[in-house]
Ligand binder design. Sequence first.
Ligand code: NAD
Ligand code: ZN
Length: 376
Amino acid sequence: MLSGNVIKCRAAVAWEPTAPLMMEEIEVAPPQEGEIRIKVVATGVCHTDLYHLFEGKDKRGFPTVLGHEGAGVVESVGPGVTDFKPGDKVIPLFLSQCGECKFCKCPKTNLCDRNWSSKYHDIMSDPTTRFTCRDQPILQFMGTSTFSEYTVINQIAVAKIDDDAPLERVCLLGCGISTGYGAAVNTAGVTPGSVCAVFGLGAVGLAAVMGCKNAGASRIFAVDINEQKFEKAKVFGATDFLNPKAYNKPISEVLAEMTNGGVDFSLECVGNTEVMRTALESCVKGWGVSVLVGWTDVKDFSARPIQLISGKTWKGSLFGGFKSKDSVPNLVCDYMNGKIKLDEFITHKMSLEQVNDAINLMKTGQCIRCILNISK
Ligand code: NAD
Ligand code: ZN
């Protein structure tokens, strides 16, 4: 079915950096060649939305509709779309998989050359958009914009999922949980019996803990400056809990003493360049692997070369290293078969109108994931 009509719907628009989002009526254009228009059912709020609003603050990335951790139902499809039909349950992907570029064809990476991030990582969206509000084009953050009742996405950035999947939970696989889980199992390649440390216990970090546990780690250190996060970390398999503020020496030294020289794998899930350095320094020499998962592009990081000369590996992970279109439907099945947890990440549920409250909960460290119910 091709529908040529413009849809007017409610969306939370971020007109400028740091200001609260405004509920607006926006116009959503019909899907063009290769595009899909989606009715968004539910979305999580991820720290990367906050990063764009409060930390990145690049004015060229505004006005925009944030949100990139959603799930919904296909409303209509543009010309040339054959793999999707109205009514299909889908998850929008902030990282596409075109299947044809040299990166998609290479098993070593999940990057896709056709993704917005390959050219416009600073504005965090492609300048082409299907949204207008008050006669102005509104950018589609990360190509997804799930803080809207409807969105239009290229088919290379949409995953079709199981008809029975509960959208208000599997939406979390659109970002945070796949990211943290994959960073541990794919990028770090956590091995059975290993000792791991996860820095930052938001949904991404907790999912990394879950990945370490599923990969067979024998000891998992959960590190956060907010001790309220420790109880949840236990649920996902953490065995030891450290608050860096409670020690008068660097936490890397504390970890080295507790582990006879450092951990085998560390994962930075905060988005702080100092913590990135600490996570590297917390690894054991010879074979320690440290993975950057936290998102930041505003500052350089530093480390002493001897950290790497001594045999450690420093790497980064986007969307957990998962090839997005192929992997997300499988992760949905993993959840439905009980192999991975999702419900335990959800601490709050709200409506789209309450999006600023949801953002504030994350800003003040009071939630793990708040799910916004966008439509029935
Ligand atoms: P969150 O805000 O829920 O969690 C961050 C956690 O870090 C909080 O528990 C906070 O208390 C803790 N923290 C803050 N400063 C700390 C410090 N100095 N030491 C230890 N812990 C500290 O965020 P989230 O949604 O879980 O996202 C985490 C990070 O992952 C963000 O930077 C986000 O942008 C990034 N991210 C990356 C990708 C990717 O593909 N690489 C995808 C999604 C999210
Ligand atoms: Zn995210």
